[in-house]
Design a protein around this ligand. Structure first.
Ligand code: ADP
Ligand code: UDP
Length: 336
């Protein structure tokens, strides 16, 4: 399916028409904005990661009964989706206090809620997306009552599925934003994207922020905090974090993994970090090894395939030299 006309350019994505009026192509940009566009920058490789991550999560949600706009990933930045008319509501689900919630109510970040909260804001850049309640949404005819009920049901379902997903990756899903749209026949489906740009993700153990807050607050290293692995799992990992991989399927994606590692390398080189260690292990085999490179010197990425027996599949990614202690105690060879 090819792109015909550019329909829209937003802050993070472009939309293109296709020969089929019911389908559009979404293309993810590397541009980053925060505070409703007041802060701007570019994060090399962000579009690729958000595209892949969003598609993986949408497919998972679809399988678990949440209808989405996802049709087919076309390439690393572009995805074919069902065209919707967007319901102009930003649906925000929160599990833990943070961001505008903490500020608005004068509470600290990190308070774990006993029940998730849902809030709506009016998707309107000129008005800066003001908060609104269901009655306001009805009064403004942004959605019908039954649509709002369905949107809330889906949003909570998405929360349960994503919370479990991220928890398995050692990550807390703090909050996120969803957008829904109407298909030609009025069916409500989940649209837009789900990525670290639209979610707050904190490392379970260290509390490290693995999402767009790094950019909002100049913490640096947005790119490095996001690493995408194959089609089985997206691991958002911080420095020297170990993430379990699914047990099957990865071996079929060695080529894809290599290209991801190369992207990672480029991102890290661009960020001026001095050392990079990536050890990617699966099923007792080192699929790739990018180890302790001195960056900034134009060093090539070397992808190794040295076998190494491990007790469980792990992915180790670090911006500092990888702590090889995590590999110790294994039978057989050390990775280098
Ligand atoms: P923004 O408009 O906030 O700058 P983006 O850069 O992400 O955001 O632009 C993508 C636009 O496409 C958003 O306005 C979003 O509501 C809209 N959109 C997302 N999915 C679909 C879809 N399936 N059909 C039509 N529009 C969509
Ligand atoms: N969010 C978003 N787009 C927006 C506003 C919020 O994706 O226009 C996401 C944001 O990344 C966070 C959640 O919604 O995961 C809650 O954001 P919050 O209300 O705390 O506002 P923010 O801190 O983004 O200003």
């Amino acid at each position: 399916m090819e792109k015909i006309h550019e329909l829209y350019e937003g802050k993070a994505k472009k939309l293109y028409s296709t020969p089929d009026p019911r389908l559009v192509i979404v293309s993810y940009k590397d541009d980053a904005t925060a505070f409703n566009g007041l802060k701007k920058g570019t994060i090399v490789g962000k579009g690729v990661i958000n595209n892949k991550m969003s598609n993986l999560l949408m497919q998972r949600l679809e399988k678990m009964g949440v209808p989405t706009h996802f049709v087919e990933e076309l390439n690393e930045r572009e995805t074919l989706v069902k065209k919707v008319s967007i319901v102009p509501l930003e649906v925000i689900v929160r599990n833990v206090s943070a961001g505008s919630f903490a500020k608005r109510y004068g509470v600290e970040e990190g308070i774990v809620f006993t029940k998730p909260t849902i809030e709506f804001s009016y998707k309107n850049d000129v008005l800066e997306d003001p908060l609104l309640n269901e009655e306001h949404a009805l009064a403004l005819k942004l959605a019908r009552e039954e649509e709002i009920a369905l949107i809330k049901k889906y949003a909570l379902q998405v929360n349960e599925i994503l919370k479990t997903f991220w928890d398995e990756c050692g990550v807390t899903l703090v909050d996120f934003k969803l957008e829904f749209g109407r298909l030609y026949d009025g069916t409500i489906v989940l649209a837009d994207e789900i990525s670290p740009d639209t979610s707050r993700l904190w490392d379970n153990k260290t509390g490290e922020k693995l999402d767009k807050d790094r950019f909002r607050r100049d913490l640096g290293g947005v790119e490095e905090a996001q690493v995408l692995v194959g089609t089985q799992l997206v691991g958002v990992v911080g420095t020297n974090t170990v993430v379990g991989l699914d047990n099957h399927g990865i071996a079929d994606h060695v080529g894809e993994l290599q290209s991801i590692l190369q992207t990672l390398h480029q991102m890290v080189t661009g960020s001026g970090q001095t050392g990079l260690g990536v050890v990617l292990l699966h099923g007792g085999l080192v699929l790739d090894l990018v180890h302790l490179m001195e960056l900034g010197t134009g060093g090539d990425v070397e992808l190794g395939t040295q076998p190494c027996v491990t007790h469980q599949p792990v992915l180790v990614v670090g911006l500092q030299p990888v702590d090889l202690a995590v590999l110790e105690g294994e039978e057989g060879h050390s990775p280098e």
